[in-house]
Design a protein around this ligand. Sequence first.
Ligand code: C2E
Ligand code: MG
Ligand code: MG
Ligand code: MG
Length: 282
Amino acid sequence: RAKDEGGGEHCQYEPTLHAHAEERRKLEFSLRRALERDEFELHYQPVVDANDETVVSFEALVRWNSPEHGYVRPDKFISLAEDTRLIVPIGEWVLATACAEAVNWPPHVRVAVNVSGEQLIEPNFATTVVQALSDSGLPANRLEVEVTESIFLRDANVVRSALEQVMALGCTVALDDFGTGYSSLGYLRKLSFSTIKVDRSFVQGAAQGSAESLAIIRAVVAMADSLEMSTTAEGVENAEEAEMVRGLGCKKIQGYYFGRPMPVDEVQQVFARKGEVRARIA
Ligand code: C2E
Ligand code: MG
Ligand code: MG
Ligand code: MG
């Protein structure tokens, strides 16, 4: 797993503004060719049921291996793809590929796909989803779309309509990285998210004894419970953190403790071991 998360930092120096702009320009040049040159790959990270620790879904996380730039972390190229609108074709590829790969998994295992605001507000977003489902044969109820709070900075009617169309197809929608962004709670009343994903920063904070982080997790879980939404704790890295978030009432858990993002062939090996993820990867 050489090209995985790891440390692989690319900037050892503090770049000047010019060098930074130049690097971005080069990265953009390569990114424009990445799809046709087939340089993307999806890795999948397990999400487990907090109670019995069986796998309920895998989140698709895109990876870019560039011949010019080496392994580029999503944190770096996703924002560039959003700025240049390249996220629209890249996101289509992610959706189609995730559905095509997940159709081979056991029927109770779902796949979650991250969708950027730029992609969501495209007029034909729902059509893209329909296409990915029908091309792959994946039942709609096995696809979850993940969006972050930042989408609500866009036109509320457009966002709402796009999410409602996706839900009408039978897909679910999760609210990712909850608590880190734009936090008006009004949209929670209007849209039926299936799951709220509690951001890793709160899990890490609470694990390090932050009373504020702990209070926020408690509040989010209580709110989700009363709105009949599920909760996923992100970034759980050890048994103590798993125990903590389970105790706080989180319904599902995701994090390195249960498995790192892995290539699709390793996902199949997880099923061979009857879905008991933790036994193998960590
Ligand atoms: P995200 O959707 O919140 O995904 C979770 C990120 O947290 C992943 O980073 C994952 O590797 C990392 N992670 C999971 N468990 C742990 C843990 O226990 N400890 C730590 N330290 N980290 C953990 P990754 O793969 O680098 O992705 C970063 C972000 O890039 C994602 O955050 C998502 O916002 C975005 N992204 C990834 N793939 C796509 C995509 O296909 N489309 C779009 N639009 N965005 C994507
Ligand atoms: Mg996500
Ligand atoms: Mg997240
Ligand atoms: Mg995140």
